[in-house]
Design a protein around this ligand. Structure first.
Ligand code: 13P
Length: 258
């Protein structure tokens, strides 16, 4: 497989900058202690905006292999947009990834597929990698229309995109019913949707693009289930909430390949 696996820790609204300092130092130590091979698994932390400068300082000072990014971004460049953060503010801080379309932002901030697609485009144009999230609620899963729903989200966000750009993004499938609930989708459930995403990418953008695009799973991923998830053909990594807030559990997940 040519796709480099990615373990991405989405801290959500957790940890102040002092706690961030502690976690990144701890994570770096855990990874170094086990001679982490970054070519086998890219390690990414996605802290709140207020922690990014702190994370940058530690990563730069110790020349760590850990990457970092942001949980959201504005589609505007600058100006009268109170509370928003631009792509250039993030690139200036050394961010290399930005998440968009997380179900929590779709739900609490009414973010549409179109806006999510616009954010992804903005992030790519700024030279960073978008992590485009998708995923269905429990009612949709129960109705059995989850694959159709998720593909609809992705197709709406990537409407009009070039294949070469799609190959550069990361897609994260996060079934809402599995987020923070302890209820993990089974590896088969996760593979079903991640496989369908890759198939749809092949149909829309060609086989080469579909082979290149990384697809992550998210939703109660933890040390105990990561190996099985990563053994699935179309799962290239995980977007991890709760288990990424502890250095030892996140580092253990990054070592899934060992
Ligand atoms: P949990 O790993 O806490 O279920 O969160 C998943 C998630 O939403 C990551 O973005």
């Amino acid at each position: 497989m040519t796709r480099t696996p990615l373990m991405a820790g989405n801290w959500k609204m957790n940890l102040d900058h002092l706690e961030a300092n502690h976690l990144v130092q701890g994570l770096a130590m855990e990874l170094a202690d086990h001679n982490h091979d970054y070519s086998q698994c890219e390690v990414l932390v996605i802290p709140p905006f207020t922690d990014i400068r702190t994370v940058q300082t530690i990563v730069d000072a110790d020349n760590l292999g850990i990457k970092y990014g942001a949980q959201d971004v504005s589609v505007h460049d600058n100006g009268a947009y109170t509370g928003e953060i631009s792509t250039s503010m993030l690139t200036k801080l050394g961010c290399t990834y930005v998440v968009m379309g997380h179900s929590e932002r779709r739900e609490y901030h009414n973010e549409s597929d179109e806006l999510v697609g616009e954010k992804a485009r903005k992030v790519l144009d700024a030279g960073m990698t978008p992590i485009l999230c998708c995923g269905e609620a429990l009612e949709i899963r129960k109705a059995g229309t989850h694959v159709e729903f998720v593909l609809g989200q992705i197709r709406a966000a990537l409407k009009g995109w070039d294949a070469a750009d799609v190959a550069k993004i990361v897609i994260a499938y996060e079934p809402i019913w599995a987020i923070g609930t302890g209820e993990t989708a089974t590896a088969d459930d996760a593979q079903e949707v991640c496989g369908a995403i890759r198939k749809a990418l092949a149909e829309d953008f060609g086989a080469e693009t579909a082979e290149a695009t990384r697809v992550l799973y998210g939703g109660s991923a933890k040390p105990g289930n990561i190996k099985e998830l990563m053994a699935q053909e179309d799962i290239d990594g995980a977007l991890i909430g709760g288990a990424s807030l502890k250095a030892d559990s996140f580092a253990e997940m990054c070592r899934f390949y060992a």
